[in-house]
Write a protein that binds this ligand. Structure first.
Ligand code: WTA
Length: 653
C-alpha cells in the first residue's frame, strides 16, 4: 500500500460497517445489547448455560459485600472438564485443540482434544503424587510449549490455583511471586527456543529457589535437551513422572468461587499485585466474549492469539476461552522474525488461520518492516482480526486492516485488563461498526462510563477517566492476600465504581477512545510496567542514590522506559559503563522487558516544594521537546542542569 493510499484511507473512511456475509450469520446480534440492558444478570445467566455445571447456581450474583463479588453462587463445576473432557464426551475428541508451532521451522505438533484430555489427566495424577492438594498454589515458569497448557489445566483439574510467571521475567521476579502466594511446587522446562537458539529457563529457577526453601518439588519438562543442574529429591523430569501416570482422572467439581489462578501485574506502587480469578465467573466471561467478539465458529475457525501464555491475554484467549468453546487454536513458541520476518504470515498460510489476535506493537513493527513481506503470503484464510494491549493508532489500524486483513476483515479493537479477565469494550463484529482508533462500546452485560474528576459522566466529545459501574463475571475477586489494597486500588477513587486507571474520551457518537494510563503504569510493547517498580530496582543498586522513571512515546513500542538517576558520590560521574551496568541490573531484577531504553545520569531531579518528582518535565526531556512550566518546582534551575546533560547523554540502544 502506498503512503498516498494510506493517507486517503485515513481521511476518507473513518467508519467500517460489518461485512454483510459476517453480519448475516454472526453469533451475536444487535438484540444482545437491549437484552443485557433489560436484565444483565439474566444475560450472564444465559452465558453461563453454555458451560457444563455439576450443580447449578442458586443465585447469579451476590454483591451484598461489595466490592467483593460472588458469581453463580452455589454453582459447582470443574474448569478442566469444561475445557477438555466435555468436548471429548460430545464426540469431538479428534478435533485439534492446538496446532502447536515451534520456533525451529518444521517443528510442529497437533494435539487433539482426546490427546489433551489424556495428558491433562496424567499431569493431574502427577501433581497429586507430588502431594499437591486442592487449594495449594503451583508456580509455572515455562516457554510456549503444550506442556504449559497441560500444566495449567492439570492444576485447574485438582483445584490448585496456578500462578504463571512469564518466562521472560527474572529469577528475582520468580522469587517474589513464589513468596507472595506461597507456592510449594514449580513447573518449568530446561529451556525454549528463542530467536533461533535454545534459551535456558531452569538456571533461573535454580537461582530463585535458593531463596525459596519451602518449594519441595520442581517438575521439569524437556524442550531443548540442554544440560541442566539437578537437585536430587527436589527436581523430577516431566517425562519420568507424568509419563508413567494413568490417563484416567476423575475431575472434582469445585465451588464457582474456588480460586482458579493468580496473575501478577504491575500497579502504581512498588510490588506487583496478585490478581485473583475464580472458576465459574471467569470461565463464563472468557468463553462468552471469545465466542461473541471473535464470532467463533468452533467447527470452522482456526484461532490464533499471538501472545505469551505468561500474560492474561494468553490465559483468557489461548487457554480458557478457546478451550471452553472447543475451538482449534494455533500456539506459536517463537518470535515474529525467526527465521525470517514473514514467519507469522507463513504460519497463517500453513495453518489456514481465520482469526488473528495480537498487539498494536507487533502491528507497528510489521508496518516498519514493510507491506511487501506479508504480501508474499496467502492470507486469504483470515476473516477477522483483533487488537489488544494498548491503544491502536489509526495508522496501524488501517495498515492492519488493509495489509493483513485484505480490506475485508473487520478489526476488533478490544479493551480489557488483567483485572477484568475478559474483554470489556470492543465492537461486536457482526453488529458494531469499527472506527480506526476506537474500541467503540462496552459489550452487552458490561457497563462502562467516562467520568470527570468528580465522578460525573462526561458527554459526547469530552474526555475523562474510564470506570466500570457494575460487576461482571470474570472480574478479579481481590488482590491475593490483600483485600484492603484491592478496595483501595480499584474502588476508592470513585466510590462504588471500578477505576480502571485509563483515560478515555467519547466521540460525538458516544463511542469510546482509550487514551492510555492516567497513573504511573507504563505500557511498553503491550506489557504493563510500573515506574515505581523500575525506580526501586534502580535504587537497589549500590551506585544509585535516587531514580525517576518515565514512559516516553515511542513510535514502535507505544512507550519506552526512560530513567533519570542521581549517582552516589562513590560511583564517580557515570560514564557509559555505569549506564550499561544499571540497565543490566534492571533486567536482572525484573526482566529484560523492563530494561530502560535510556538512562540519563543527572545532578538533581525536578521536585515540587512538597518533594514530589515532576515526571511531566522528565517526559518532556525524554521526548526531546521544550520543557513545560517549571514554576512549581522547588528549584527551577534543576531543569537547566538536566537539559545541559541531555546534549551529552550516551547513545540509546
Ligand atoms: C491497556 C492486557 C487501549 C490499558 C489485556 C489497560 C488498552 C492495560 C487496550 C491493561 C486497548 C489494553 N486499547 N488500551 N484495546 N487493551 N489496554 O493488564 O491501559 O496487561 O489498562 O491487560 O492495557 O494491561 P494488561
Amino acid at each position: 500500500m502506498s503512503q498516498e493510499t494510506l493517507s486517503n484511507l485515513l481521511h476518507e473512511r473513518r467508519r467500517f460497517e460489518p461485512p454483510a456475509g459476517l453480519a448475516s450469520r454472526a453469533n451475536v446480534t444487535a438484540d444482545a445489547y437491549a437484552e443485557a440492558e433489560r436484565d444483565p444478570l439474566a444475560f450472564w445467566e444465559k452465558a453461563a448455560e453454555r458451560l457444563s455445571w455439576d450443580t447449578r447456581w442458586e443465585r447469579v450474583l451476590d454483591w451484598d459485600d461489595a466490592p467483593f463479588a460472588k458469581w453463580f453462587v452455589g454453582g459447582r463445576l470443574n474448569a478442566a472438564y469444561n475445557c477438555v473432557d466435555r468436548h471429548v464426551e460430545a464426540g469431538r475428541g479428534d478435533k485439534v485443540a492446538y496446532h502447536w508451532v515451534g520456533e525451529p521451522p518444521g517443528d510442529t505438533r497437533d494435539i487433539t482434544y482426546a490427546e489433551l484430555k489424556d495428558e491433562v489427566c496424567r499431569a493431574a495424577n502427577a501433581l497429586v503424587e507430588l502431594g499437591v492438594k486442592t487449594g495449594d498454589r503451583v508456580a509455572i515458569y515455562m516457554p510456549m510449549i503444550p506442556e504449559t497448557v497441560i500444566a495449567m489445566l492439570a492444576c485447574a483439574r485438582i483445584g490448585a490455583p496456578h500462578t504463571v510467571v512469564f518466562g521472560g521475567f527474572s529469577s528475582q521476579a520468580l522469587v517474589d511471586r513464589i513468596h507472595d502466594c506461597d507456592a510449594r511446587v514449580v513447573i518449568t522446562a530446561d529451556g525454549g527456543y528463542r530467536r533461533g537458539a535454545p534459551s535456558a529457563l531452569k538456571p533461573a529457577v535454580d537461582a530463585a529457589l535458593r531463596h525459596c526453601p519451602d518449594v519441595r518439588s520442581v517438575l521439569v519438562a524437556k524442550r531443548t535437551g540442554q544440560d541442566v543442574d539437578w537437585t536430587e529429591g527436589r527436581d523430577v523430569w516431566w517425562d519420568d513422572l507424568v509419563g508413567r501416570q494413568s490417563t484416567e482422572h476423575t475431575p472434582e467439581a469445585f465451588d464457582a468461587e474456588h480460586p482458579l489462578y493468580v496473575m501478577y501485574t504491575s500497579g502504581t506502587t512498588g510490588r506487583p499485585k496478585g490478581i485473583l480469578h475464580t472458576t465459574g465467573g471467569y470461565l463464563v466471561g472468557t468463553s462468552w466474549t471469545h465466542w461473541a467478539v471473535f464470532d467463533l465458529k468452533a467447527d470452522e475457525d482456526v484461532f490464533w492469539t499471538a501472545a505469551d501464555i505468561g500474560w492474561v491475554t494468553g490465559h483468557s484467549y489461548i487457554v480458557y476461552g478457546p478451550l471452553a468453546n472447543g475451538a482449534t487454536s494455533v500456539m506459536y513458541e517463537g518470535t515474529p522474525d525467526t527465521p525470517h520476518k514473514g514467519r507469522w504470515w507463513e504460519i497463517i498460510q500453513e495453518q489456514k488461520v481465520t482469526i488473528l489476535y495480537c498487539a498494536p506493537t507487533a502491528i507497528r513493527t510489521f508496518m516498519k518492516w514493510g507491506t511487501d513481506i506479508p504480501a508474499t503470503f496467502d492470507l486469504s484464510s483470515l476473516r477477522l482480526i483483533g487488537s489488544v494491549g494498548e491503544p491502536i493508532n489509526p495508522e496501524a489500524y488501517i495498515w492492519y486492516r488493509e495489509a493483513i486483513g485484505g480490506g475485508r476483515c473487520p478489526v476488533v479493537d478490544t479493551w480489557w485488563q488483567t483485572e477484568t479477565g475478559q474483554i470489556m469494550i470492543s465492537p461486536l463484529p457482526g453488529v458494531t461498526a469499527g472506527k480506526p482508533g476506537s474500541a467503540m462500546k462496552a459489550l452487552p452485560g458490561v457497563s462502562a462510563l467516562v467520568v470527570d474528576e468528580e465522578g460525573e459522566p462526561v458527554g459526547p466529545g469530552s474526555g475523562g477517566y474510564l470506570v466500570l459501574t457494575d460487576p461482571w463475571p470474570a472480574m478479579l475477586r481481590t488482590i491475593w492476600g490483600d483485600d484492603e489494597r484491592y478496595r483501595e486500588t480499584y474502588w476508592s477513587r470513585f466510590p462504588g465504581r471500578y477505576f480502571a486507571g485509563d483515560g478515555a474520551k467519547l466521540d460525538e457518537d458516544g463511542d469510546v477512545w482509550l487514551l492510555g494510563r492516567v497513573d504511573d503504569v507504563m505500557n511498553v510493547a503491550g506489557h504493563r510496567l510500573s515506574t515505581t517498580e523500575i525506580e526501586s530496582a534502580l535504587v537497589s543498586h549500590p551506585k544509585v542514590a535516587e531514580a525517576a522513571v518515565v514512559g516516553a512515546n515511542d513510535p514502535e513500542t507505544g512507550q519506552a522506559v526512560n530513567a533519570f538517576v542521581i549517582l552516589r558520590e562513590s560511583a564517580g560521574d557515570g560514564g557509559p559503563d555505569v549506564v550499561k551496568e544499571l540497565r543490566d541490573h534492571v533486567a536482572k531484577e525484573i526482566g529484560p522487558i523492563a530494561k530502560p531504553r535510556a538512562i540519563m545520569v543527572v545532578p538533581e531531579l525536578p521536585k515540587t516544594r512538597s518533594g514530589k518528582i515532576m515526571r511531566r518535565l522528565l517526559r518532556d526531556v525524554a521526548e526531546h521537546r521544550e520543557v513545560g512550566d517549571v514554576t512549581t518546582l522547588a528549584d527551577s534551575s534543576v531543569m537547566d542542569l538536566i537539559k545541559e546533560k541531555e546534549g551529552q547523554a550516551p547513545a540509546e540502544d
